[in-house]
Write a protein that binds this ligand. Structure first.
Ligand code: OOG
Ligand code: MG
Length: 261
């Protein structure tokens, strides 16, 4: 276990790089014996500092819940991160200011209206606690050089969270088969990724269950009124100034993103 002073110091370093949008060396190249618990404590501290400075917690994100995503970054276990109000984009413009090497990925977001907490939470509990589900996009942006990291690094870096966009739809959980949503992602009119929501742990509801069980290890839970991103269904797509993305969640919605300086 790391001492509190080091946890605080690393959290400040990551926060600085996030704010200035400059790349960082992997923390595991300097701190060789950092544990998963340390990494989550760094993440928690980094978010606590942001909240102290006036930001607000709005929920959680799961990451690396699909094979496509795990393979693309070489980490084969799901991770979680925390979502802040300042990360939310409303509208269709993605401004690259403050971002290093952003990538966009299609996800399903669950709105949790009742607390979900503890190691015994099961699928039925999640359905009872879910207020609505919405197609969403996550913009990830690892603070690490070349978007390259180990499991501990990415956890400390708040699971690469940078921005997210909710579609604005609030769909009733009972009305769709949430493991059968096909997604087609186009960049500048060319199909760049295709996938299906079952890629997320077989069914995105499993991602919420997994999150609750992971949080239970630290005595935490999903608070009422939280949004949860369940994880990318396809690999993430790199974007640059001038790009236009069109992401179709078949049968539900098509989301647009215009990338601007
Ligand atoms: C880690 C975050 C992964 C997802 O949806 O799988 C993630 C990364 O790929 O940098 O957000
Ligand atoms: Mg994601």
């Amino acid at each position: 276990m790391m001492i509190k002073k080091d946890i605080n110091m690393i959290a400040s370093v990551i926060a600085h790089h996030q704010k200035k949008a400059v790349e960082l060396e992997k923390i595991t190249s300097k701190y060789l014996d950092i544990t998963l618990e340390d990494a989550y404590l760094i993440q928690k501290e980094y978010i606590a500092k942001a909240i102290e400075a006036g930001d607000q917690s709005v929920g959680w994100k799961m990451g690396l819940t699909s094979l496509a995503k795990q393979r693309s970054v070489g980490v084969n276990q799901p991770i979680y991160g925390r979502l802040l109000k300042s990360m939310e984009i409303t509208g269709e413009i993605l401004n690259l200011k403050g971002l290093i090497h952003p990538r966009v990925e299609p996800e399903l977001a669950f709105f949790v209206k009742k607390e979900l907490k503890g190691p015994n939470v099961q699928e039925q509990d999640v359905w009872e606690a879910t207020g609505c589900i919405a197609p969403a996009l996550e913009v990830i942006d690892s603070r690490y050089k070349d978007f390259s990291f180990s499991h501990m690094d990415v956890v400390a870096d708040n699971a690469s969270s940078a921005r997210f966009i909710l579609s604005g739809l609030s769909l009733p959980p009972g009305q769709y088969n949430w493991d059968e949503i096909d997604v087609v992602m186009k960049k500048n009119n060319r199909v760049v990724q295709e996938g299906r929501s079952s890629a997320v742990l077989g069914h995105p509801v499993q991602s919420i269950i997994k999150l609750v069980h992971m949080l239970a290890v630290s005595g935490l839970g999903i608070e009422p009124g939280s949004w949860v991103l369940t994880g990318g269904m396809t690999e993430a797509v790199q974007v640059e100034n001038g790009d236009h993305l069109s992401i179709e969640f078949c049968g539900l919605d098509t989301m647009q993103v215009h990338v601007r300086p």
